[in-house]
Each structure stands twice: as C-alpha cells, then as structure tokens.
Design a protein around this ligand. Sequence first.
Ligand SMILES: Cc1ncc(COP(=O)(O)O)c(C=O)c1O
Length: 421
Amino acid sequence: MKKQITDQLITEDHQYVAQAGRVNTLDLVVDHGDGAQIWDVDGNQYVDLLASAASVNVGHNNSEVQKAIQEQSQNLIHYISGYFYNEPAIKLAKRLSELAPGNTPKKVSFSTSGSEAAEAIVKFARAYTKRPYIITFSNSWHGTTMGAASLSAIDPNMHRNIGPLVGDVIHIPYPDSIHNYDDAEGTQSFEFLQELVKHDIPADQIAAVIIEPIQGDAGIIKAPIEYMNKLYQFCHTNGILFCTDEINQGFGRSGKMWSLDHFNLEPDIMAVGKALGSGMPLSAVIGKAPIMDSLQAPANATTTAANPICCAAALATIDYVESHNLPERSGELGEYVKAIIEPWRSEFESIIDIRMVGLNGGIELNSDELAHKVSQYVFEHGVIMITTMGNILRFQPPLVISKDDLTQALNTVHDAFTNLK
Ligand SMILES: Cc1ncc(COP(=O)(O)O)c(C=O)c1O
C-alpha cells in the first residue's frame, strides 16, 4: 500500500498538532469520500465502517447536502445569529422541534459541537429547576469542553490535569446487563439511584438526569426498557428533567430516528449534533418550550452558532434521511449484518459479545491487543473499523452503504479473525 504522502503529512502533524485532540491511531490522512467509500492522500481506497464517528449517516459528499452548502455559500457564509436572524436556522429550528419525540411544543438552541449542546442541557436544566445537581452515567461520552467533560465518565484522560471540573455532577452506574454490572432489567442500577437520593443527594436538589438511551462510545449498550421507564417515572415524580443525548445515536443510526424512540418516551431536553449537519459544525438542544425559555440571552449565544451553511446542510440532511427512509434502512441492514456476524461467536472464541441495533454495533473481544490488531489488519486491507473501550470493534457505517460494500467489508473482518486467531 502506497503511503508516501501520508507519512510526510503525519510527521508534520505530530510536529504541529497537539495530541490531546487525537483519539485513535490508524495512519490515515483522509482526502475525499463518496457514499461509504473514502480515499487517502496516496489514493488508497477504503470502505468506511465509522462514518466519521456516526456523523455522515447520509454518506460522504452526499450530493443533496453538497448542493445545499454550495447554494447557501453563494448567498451568505455567516452572520452572527445572536444579533440577526437567518432563514435556514429558523426553518431548521421548526423542523427539529417537530421531529423530536413527543407532542409537547418545543424550542431549539444552536451551538457548533456536540459538547456544547450537552453542556447546554446543564444550563437550561439548572435555570429552569433552580436546582444544582446533574446525574449522568458510567461510560458516558458527552464531550470534552469543560462542562461536557464533567458530564462524561468514559476516559480518565478527559479529566486528568484539567480540574476542578464543573461541580455537582454525579455519575451513577449505567444499566449495563452485558457486563454483568446488572440484571436484564437494570434493577441494581436503579437501586443505586434510589440509595443515592435516600442517603446522599436529595431528589429535590437534582435538576436533570442526562442519559444516552443507547451508549455509543461505550460500545453500543442499550438500556433496558424497564429501567428507562422507571427512570422516566422517577424524574417526573421528583420534578427532575429527563434529558437525552442523541448526538451519537440520532438521525436513524439505531434503526429509528432517535434512540429514545426504542422506548416511546418524550425527553424534556435532548441534545443533537454529529449527523445533524452531516459533520458540519452544528449542534442543538431541543427542549420543551417553557424550559428553553428559562435562560436569558446571551446565556447560550456563540458567534458561529446556527451558521446558515451548516443549517442548510442540516435541512438537506434531514430531507435525505426522511425521503430515503434511512432509519428503516438502518434497521434492515443491521439485521442483515447480524445474520452474517452472529455465527462468528462460535467460530472465534476471542469474540465475547456481538451487539447490533440498526447499522450500529459493537464486536467485543477478550483482549485490547487483538481488537487493535483486527482494526489494523482490516485497515491494511481497505476497511476502516476502529476500536472503542480498548477491546470493542466499533461498527457505524454510513447508512447509505450498499449491501456489496457491507458484505465485502465483513469478509475482510472475518479474514482478520481467521488470520489473527
Ligand atoms: C453521545 C455523545 N455526546 C456528545 C459527544 C460530543 O460531541 P462533539 O465531539 O461534537 O463535541 C459525542 C461525541 O462523540 C457523543 O458520542
């Protein structure tokens, strides 16, 4: 595999770009993309099973999104949305309020990254409830800005040497029956919460619970429905806002438009990002209108929020997701993939679990080292599949991927297991 330009650029990157921003280790300098394919700067082609971390659900260089970006950029690149209105942002706010689960009227507040949206939940929830505490979960990834890092509990490097973190954030165990922390209904995790409010943090001091209904970076862990129902009841009984993070799982990733749609619940506030703008820097919180009216400007204004090009890209993305039934496609292709890879459990004893919810999966291995080797092997054979949590292979291709590309990529992953076992 030719890697000359790649090697030169990566050497320069290591000299000039701080390592704090780079999570993974494949030597890939992305040059261009099309659908579920990407090419590096040396012309090598790959099937992308990562979709830029679930941010290009509609595929790389989607022509509808490109057109929207081009047209909007001819009109206006940016005007600060805190001072004046722009039409794409207003249209998008309306669209998102209607698209969010539940019928309660909603309002939207825009930012540029998922991290900002996650921490905006804290601001709106504290302002509305006038309470300090925020509950989040073990192995959650809500982002890396100061507030979002404080909410997250997946990697100590997010917290190391940057404290003190934002206060009054409590991490409780995620209802994870797969890793035997809990039973299939999340009973122990719920009991933990009950103990917490009984002996430590008064429920009437808790502003919000923020949950990923399906944890993404943790390796696609879906909360039990019984747990989610109990948590929802607990929140509403105690005046606590029930808030969800859909930044990783939204826009069809899990086989439904929202991961919360698996549970038929309505969030008080939800955060979206990533696939919202097909990777353009755009995120939003969508919340029940009275909650979203609880902060006064400029509490959640930033100069580049609701950039019209990003909003136009988001409108085109949502059109595409809906008109091509991508949530359904994600669900169907997820089943197709499951049928291919489930038998691998008995074939390779290094595989300890396989999870798939839509085109959204984790293949969990018994060692970090093997997971890394599989990732490296498939990379050298034209497939992008990174690891998460050390020992889990992360499977989140663009939702437009063809069956042929999927089959070919899975054959390569199978070859990796065969050659490395
Ligand atoms: C569930 C979830 N929330 C928030 C974020 C943070 O988003 P961003 O990286 O755009 O700040 C991520 C990023 O991976 C995520 O997966």
